[in-house]
Structure formats: structure tokens, C-alpha cells
Design a protein around this ligand. Structure first.
Ligand code: 3HC
Ligand code: NAI
Length: 695
């Protein structure tokens, strides 16, 4: 039974039981509806408590029902039914009280909350707004500006904050079951004969006159291109203008529009894909190896970031550098990263001190890595350097330790072949800054044992990261797609676009940052070194754009040298005036007469190249499914989440249209614009990438 009814004296105890997160699927909605009706009809019941089993009070509406025809009773009616119950209803809240779950709680007359609970309305991050009264009831419980903030950002708040704001009426004592506290509350109400005022009957808190306009102006900058945040503002504003019923109708209207939007479909695809990504047939029934202590070799940009990420999630780290000075520098970098976490409120000063003294060790002796369950190598991007490190690890690491490389491009199979235990070797490709970026590519070699792969996924989970399985090839999933779209955009620059226009057009499309600006941040020398490595095997048919090489040769490596595509000073980076001249010289040398390249063409090139390479990667089995490409590009490369990732975006655009773009561009450069066989086949069949996602 999704909702069961028990009795405690004259109180009806309704229990929601719909694992894993008690989502408000049809059975739960119907169960709540019937149980409230039964409690109302039963004269011996004087009050009602609603609670949930398992790890949480309902964490929201059932996302998997979105996009399907709705079945009565729908959630707004259930919440109204609870609010309209003639007997006091007390909600006992624990876990993550989110979305529709919080709306149910706000329909109740009293809310009692576990001290560890988190409460929020995250609908905006799914491209919708709270559609069961949340936008109308929250501003009747807490100040309008705070309600607006919670609804437009989707960020949850703690039990203590919810109590201080008035969202909950009481917080249970630590160790006390929240259902017991709620029952006690209900008994008191019955004894006093008090009938608490329903949320909907309360007035909306007054709002500052310019609140909505200021918020809209801020969102125009921070939520560019997204529909839901502005609709959230409209809905909350309606609460301040209209009586409850009319406000609810306006909320419903706005909700319906968003529910129909492509952005909703894209954001739900992103949410579900990030959970699907770890579900791989090869890992079914495979358990991770132990993961209690990790080792890191190399404490530069990446090694230090990985150390910080591990420490921040409570994993002890031993980091080996090649000399005492380098080890001391690595410690300093990690200390700086933890200090940053303290500043951002993610870590308290006491834990910081404890982590640095007890959980973090640095040194130069590989023997100290003998007890590590997993070691990540993050030394220079050179096969010789990595081979040396792996030989040393092979000699000291315990049997079964996972040996991982953080290489960006090098051949994981070739590296694995140099040790006596290739089954323990895999790639763990972190992204910079490693303690911030959510993506981790788990690169599976020919010989990698399934439980070593499972350990890579377990590490990601432990670090709060999203892991994607990738096969071995140059650049794995993400950097391979990046190389492909960089070539396509370099082509646009040779044709006549300025790199700055390319960056701007793609930021307008929704990218977090333009690709040339990203190059400046990472350091232009990284891609330069890679191009030099690949030069001997470069296909003679490739048009090679060398303006980035010219910049590097001039010593302009990006932010670290103060100049790259942009000039980096104290303020916002500005275009480097040398760039246009360098590009113009290359065009002249190649005999290209520049032409204006409209933004739409820049975007079409970017999308076509990204999707085409994604299709090739899926076709080759480097990514198992299109969704793996989407999750990679969303979490590591700033692809706009509200477009769902490149493969979802391609489905929404129509594969035939993308293929037509590629075929047209092939007229300019037939080698660069060869359609991937998978894209060709699906476009011909009228298929979609989503058909290959399974699940
Ligand atoms: N509906 C359906 N399934 C859901 C769900 C939901 N609202 N929330 C989570 N799940 C599923 C996940 O897909 C996953 O399924 P799987 O095991 O098959 O992969 C399982 O529950 C566990 O989820 P997580 O792996 O995410 O578990 P965590 O413990 O890491 O996180 C959570 C739990 C914080 C609740 C997180 O799942 C979450 O943020 N869920 C979404 C919450 C949300 O957005 N709620 C609002 C929904 S929209 C709404 O309510 C509309 C209303 O206003 C009308
Ligand atoms: P880095 O140059 O900042 O750091 C490398 C560190 O390794 C240096 O501190 C060096 O002293 C140390 N080192 C070199 N040889 C060593 C040895 N034998 N034993 C112990 N320490 C040794 O380099 P970065 O950027 O951290 O890159 C490391 C690896 O991570 C490379 O393979 C790179 O391709 C990869 N990577 C880099 C990313 C980036 O954005 N910088 C992103 C993802 C992966």
C-alpha cells in the first residue's frame, strides 16, 4: 500500500511508503486522498498525522510521470483536500522535503520537522515551477523575498532556517523520532481544541515594491535563456496580487506552459541521465573494491585538486611528489583550496585543521603508497613520465590496489601494458579545478577488471561527482568532442569570424563560456602540446588552422601569462588585439578572402560538429549510449543544461536537419565534415539518439 492508515488513540497516522524517495506517484496521491476522506468520515478520529517511511518524506512529484497524461487526483487537488480537512493535519517531515513533498507539507496545518531535514522547491531546476500551490503558499508562510529566492534558485534550506523563517512550526529533538514529535503535537491540538489556520487562509507577507523587477533584472543576467525562473517570479508576484484561488489558477496556467516546453524535457533528460549513467550492464552484480585510503602521485594543478576533493569528502590522502620543495608546494596548494572551502562555508575551520594534520600526508617516498586502495597518477602529460611512475607503483602497491591515470589524451592500454597487473589499471580523468568540477570520466581499458571499474564509479560517488564510462581513444569522450568542435570553430574563424564573436555567439547559445576563453583559462599550451604530439599522424587532408600555435609561440599561453586570446588583468578579460592580425595573416597565407559569418552559422557549426563526433563516439562504443555524451558535455564542458546535452538537443532539433548542415558544410571542407555513420543511419530511419539510451 502506497499509503497506509494506523491509529494512535484518536489520531489517524497516515504513512506514505513508495521507495526510494516516496515520490508522489498516482498511487500515493490516491492513497492520501482516500485516507484523508476516511479520517474525516470517522467520528473517532480527531486529528491526522502524515509521515513517510524510509529515507525521506516525499521528495516531489513523480518525475517519471511527466509528459504523460495526468491521472486524477492530481497533486494540487490532493494538497487542497489536505488543507481543507476539517480535522487538524500535522506533517512529520524528515529527509529531503522537496517540490510536491513540501507542497503537501504546506497543505497540512502544522509542520514538525526532523533537525537533519532539508526543505526546498527545486522545480525550477527541472524547467517547471511548483505546481501544487507552492508559489502561493510559501509566501504566506515566509517573507516574500525569501520565498522568491527559494523558488527561483531551487536551493533547499535547513530545518533550523525553516524554523526561523516560519516554514515549519517545530523541530524535533535530536534522537527523537519526528513522527512521535508530530503525534505529541497532534495530541496537544486535540486536547486544546485548537484548529490551526490553514496556510491558504493566511495573508501574503508584504513585499518591497521593487522586489519583482529587481529579481527579473538579476535573472536576465544569471538565468539567460531559461524560461522557468521568470515564470517563477510571475507566479510569486501573482500571490501578492491575487486571492488564493485566482493565484492558484495563475500558477496552474504558468505550470502548464512550462510543462509543455522543450526546456522541461531537456532538464528532465539531464536529471534522469545523470542517474542512468552509472547503470551499466557490465557492472551489474559487481561490487567495488575497498576504498578507504587513496594515494596521489604529482601535486600540480590536478593532483592538488584531486587531493582536495578527496579530503573534502573525508578520504585520507597520501600525495607523492618528486622533491621536498614540490611536496611542500602541493601542500600549500591543497591548504589554499581547503581555505577556499572554509570561506565558502563548505567546511568549518576545525575540520580543515584536522584534515590537514591527520588525513593529508605528503612526501617523496613511493613506499608510503603501499597501503593505498587506489592511486591516481597526475604527473606531466608524458608517456615516459607516466610509465616511470607506474613502474614504481607496480613495485610498492598492495595486490588489488587500483592504479589510475589522470591522463587527458594518452593511451591507457599502452600504459597498462607496462605493469604486471593491467587488470588494475584504468583512467580517472578529472577536470580542472578537480575539487569543483563534477565530471569524472572513468576510462576503461581492454584489460581493466570490472571491479576496478566499479571502484572508479564508487570513488566518484564518494566525491559527489558524476562518473561517465569512456573507452580508450584519443581524448576519451569529452576532449575528443572538444577537439572536434574546436576544429569546426577554427574553420569559422578562417572563413571570417573573429574568435571573440565565436565565443559570444556560443555564450548566447547558452555555453557557460566561449571555447577560446576556456582555452585561455586551461592554458593554451596544453592543447598546443597535444597538437604537436598528433602532428606526425595528422591526415594530410585536414585543414590545419595554426593561429593558436602562433599565439603560443609568441608566449601568449592564456591567463597564466596574462595574455592569450584575451588580455587578462584585474577586471574582465578583454580581446587581445594581436589575435585579429595573426588570424588575418593566416587567412592571407591560405588565400582565404574573409566573409561575414553570422551567429546562426557559428552555432550550427558548433552543434553539428559536437553531435557528429558524439555519434561517432557512440558508434565506436567509446561511449556506451548517447546519454553518456550528454552527461559528459553538461558536467565538464558547460553545455547548457536546459538544452539537455548535445545528443538530446539534436533529437529536439531533428537529426535530418543536423545531417543537412553537415552535408552543406562538407562543400567547404569535405574532410572535416564527414557524417558519422550512426547519425547518417538514424537520420535516414527517422530515429532518435534517445532510442539508444535504453531504460
Ligand atoms: N520522481 C521520481 N523518481 C525520483 C524522484 C522523483 N521526484 N526523485 C528521485 N527519484 C529517483 C531517482 O531517479 C533514483 O532512481 P534510480 O534509483 O532508479 O536511479 C532514485 O529516486 C534515487 O535518487 P537519487 O539517486 O537522486 O538519490 P539521492 O539520495 O542522491 O538524492 C534526492 C535524493 C535529493 C531526493 C534527489 O533524488 C532529488 O533531488 N530528486 C528530485 C527532487 C525534485 O526535483 N523534486 C521536485 C519534483 S517536481 C514536483 O514536485 C512538481 C510539483 O511541484 C507539482
Ligand atoms: P602540472 O604540471 O600542474 O603538475 C604535474 C606535477 O607532477 C608537478 O607538480 C610535478 O612536480 C609532478 N611530477 C612530475 N613527475 C613526477 C614524478 N615522477 N613523481 C611525482 N611527481 C611528479 O600538471 P597538471 O595540469 O596537474 O596535469 C597532470 C595530469 O593531469 C596530466 O596528465 C594532464 O594531462 C592531466 N589533466 C590536466 C588537466 C588540466 O586542466 N590541467 C585536466 C585533466 C587532466
Amino acid at each position: 500500500m502506497a499509503v497506509s492508515i494506523a491509529r494512535d488513540g484518536d489520531i489517524a497516522l497516515l504513512t506514505v511508503d513508495n521507495p526510494p524517495v516516496n515520490a508522489l506517484s498516482h498511487a500515493v496521491r490516491q492513497g492520501l486522498w482516500d485516507a484523508i476522506a476516511a479520517a474525516e468520515a470517522d467520528d473517532t478520529v480527531r486529528a491526522v498525522v502524515i509521515r513517510a517511511t524510509g529515507r525521506t518524506f516525499p521528495a516531489g512529484a513523480d518525475i517519471r510521470e511527466f509528459g504523460k497524461p495526468s491521472v486524477d487526483p492530481w497533486l494540487p487537488a490532493v494538497v487542497d483536500r489536505i488543507e481543507g480537512c476539517a480535522k487538524p493535519v500535522v506533517a512529520a517531515l524528515h529527509g529531503q522535503i522537496l517540490g510536491g513533498g513540501l507542497e503537501v507539507a504546506m497543505g497540512a496545518h502544522v509542520r514538525v520537522c526532523d533537525p537533519g531535514a532539508r526543505l526546498g522547491l527545486p522545480e525550477v531546476s527541472l524547467g517547471i515551477l511548483p505546481g501544487a500551490g507552492g508559489t502561493q503558499r510559501l509566501p504566506r508562510l515566509i517573507p516574500v523575498d525569501r520565498a522568491l529566492d527559494m523558488i527561483t534558485t531551487g536551493k533547499p534550506i535547513s530545518a533550523a532556517e525553516a524554523r526561523a523563517l516560519g516554514l515549519v512550526d517545530a523541530v524535533s529533538e535530536p534522537g527523537e523520532a519526528v513522527a512521535d514529535a508530530a503525534l505529541a503535537h497532534a495530541r496537544r491540538l486535540v486536547a486544546d481544541g485548537t484548529v490551526p489556520r490553514p496556510t491558504g487562509a493566511r495573508p501574503v507577507h508584504p513585499a518591497a515594491p521593487d522586489l519583482f523587477e529587481t529579481t527579473r533584472a538579476a535573472l536576465a543576467r544569471t538565468a539567460k535563456g531559461r524560461l522557468a525562473p521568470l515564470a517563477c517570479v510571475d507566479a510569486v508576484e501573482a500571490a501578492t496580487r491575487l486571492p488564493l484561488r485566482e493565484g492558484l489558477a495563475e500558477e496552474r496556467r504558468l505550470f502548464g506552459t512550462l510543462m509543455e516546453s522543450d526546456q522541461r524535457a531537456a532538464l528532465i533528460h539531464a536529471f534522469l541521465s545523470e542517474r542512468q549513467v552509472a547503470k551499466l550492464p557490465e557492472l551489474e552484480g559487481v561490487t567495488s573494491r575497498p576504498l578507504e585510503r587513496i594515494g596521489i602521485v604529482g601535486g600540480g594543478t590536478m593532483g592538488a585538486g584531486i587531493a582536495a576533493a578527496a579530503l573534502l569528502s573525508g578520504l585520507p590522502v597520501h600525495l607523492v611528489e618528486r622533491g621536498d620543495d614540490a611536496a611542500a608546494r602541493a601542500r600549500e596548494t591543497v591548504t589554499g583550496m581547503l581555505d577556499g572551502a572554509v570561506k565558502r562555508g563548505k567546511l568549518d575551520a576545525e575540520t580543515r585543521a584536522m584534515l590537514l594534520s591527520d588525513a593529508f600526508a605528503t612526501g617523496t617516498d613511493y613506499a608510503a603508497l603501499g597501503t593505498a586502495d587506489l592511486v591516481v597518477e597526475a604527473v606531466f602529460e608524458s608517456m615516459d613520465a607516466k610509465r616511470e611512475v607506474f613502474a614504481a607503483l607496480d613495485a610498492v602497491c598492495k595486490p588489488g590496489a587500483v592504479l589510475a591515470t589522470n591522463t587527458s589524451y594518452l593511451d591507457v592500454d599502452a600504459l597498462a601494458a607496462t605493469v604486471s597487473r593491467p587488470g588494475d589499471v584504468l583512467g580517472l580523468h578529472f577536470f580542472s579545478p578537480a575539487h569543483v568540477m563534477r565530471l569524472l570520466e572513468v576510462v576503461v581499458g581492454r584489460e581493466t577488471a570490472p571491479d576496478a571499474v566499479a571502484t572508479g564509479f564508487a570513488l566518484a560517488k564518494r566525491l559527489g561527482k558524476v562518473a561517465v564510462r569512456a573507452g580508450v581513444c584519443d581524448g576519451f569522450i569529452g576532449n575528443r568532442v572538444l577537439s572536434a568542435y574546436r576544429k569546426a570553430l577554427d574553420g569559422a574563424v578562417l572563413a571570417g569570424a573573429s574568435p571573440f564573436n565565436v565565443d559570444r555567439a556560443l555564450v548566447d547559445f547558452g555555453l557557460a563560456m566561449g571555447p577560446y576563453a576556456v582555452g585561455d583559462l586551461s592554458g593554451l599550451d596544453i592543447a598546443w602540446a597535444n597538437r604537436k604530439r598528433l602532428a606526425p599522424t595528422r591526415d594530410p587532408r585536414e585543414t590545419y588552422a595554426d593561429f593558436s600555435d602562433r599565439l603560443c609561440e609568441a608566449g601568449h599561453l592564456g591567463r597564466k601569462t596574462g595574455r592569450g586570446f584575451y588580455v587578462h588583468g584585474d577586471g574582465k578579460p578583454v580581446p587581445n588585439p594581436e589575435v585579429e592580425a595573426i588570424v588575418a595573416a593566416e587567412r592571407a597565407a591560405k588565400g582565404i578572402a574573409p566573409r561575414p559569418v553570422p551567429d546562426a552559422e557559428i552555432v550550427a557549426r558548433f552543434v553539428a560538429a559536437t553531435v557528429n563526433e558524439g555519434a561517432r563516439i557512440v558508434g565506436e562504443g567509446i561511449a556506451r549510449r548517447p546519454l553518456d555524451v550528454d552527461v559528459t558535455m553538461l558536467n565538464g564542458y558547460g553545455f547548457p543544461r536546459w538544452r539537455g546535452g548535445p545528443m538530446h538537443h539534436a533529437d529536439a532539433t531533428g537529426l535530418a536537419r543536423i545531417l543537412a548542415d553537415i552535408e552543406r558544410l562538407a562543400g567547404e571542407d569535405a574532410f572535416l565534415w564527414r557524417p558519422a555513420p550512426l547519425l547518417h543511419r538514424l537520420a535516414g530511419e527517422g530515429g532518435r539518439f534517445a532510442d539508444l539510451d535504453g531504460g
